[in-house]
Design a binder for this molecule. Structure first.
Ligand SMILES: C[S@@+](CC[C@H](N)C(=O)[O-])C[C@H]1O[C@@H](n2cnc3c(N)ncnc32)[C@H](O)[C@@H]1O
Length: 102
């Protein structure tokens, strides 16, 4: 995987799904290269915590470059998203305003 060079799949649909939602906390279970994450963070400046999860450390390294401008808001997590409950518990997060796995 390389840094974001093309439009992530279904990006318009993803942004549209959250267009009317106030997002304070977001869980992204497949952050990959960070293309969706970057677009969501740009569209939702109200986000306080963006949990960027991926099971591949190489993907997380790329995402950290893509999301460098948002690093104060992003928490990178190396895990399978099946562990979402444990991930949220470890971050003391009780609820999220949005999540996706694409
Ligand atoms: C198609 S890419 C994601 C694209 C990403 N949303 C973007 O904007 O670049 C798929 C990613 O999901 C991750 N992935 C697949 N299954 C996973 C799982 N069960 N838990 C965590 N990450 C997973 C892969 O490691 C890969 O980085």
């Amino acid at each position: 995987m390389k840094a974001v060079q093309h439009k992530p799949v279904m990006l318009d649909e993803v942004l549209s799904a959250f267009s009317d939602v106030e997002l304070k906390v977001f869980f992204d279970g497949t952050v990959g290269a960070g293309g969706h994450a970057k677009a969501i963070l740009e569209a939702h400046p109200e986000i306080e915590l963006y949990i960027a999860c991926d099971k591949d450390p190489a993907a997380l390294a790329i995402a950290s470059e893509t999301l460098e401008p948002f690093k104060k808001k992003v928490k990178f997590v190396h895990s399978d998203h099946v562990n979402v409950q444990e991930v949220l518990r470890d971050l003391s997060v009780n609820e999220v305003d949005g999540f996706f796995l694409i």
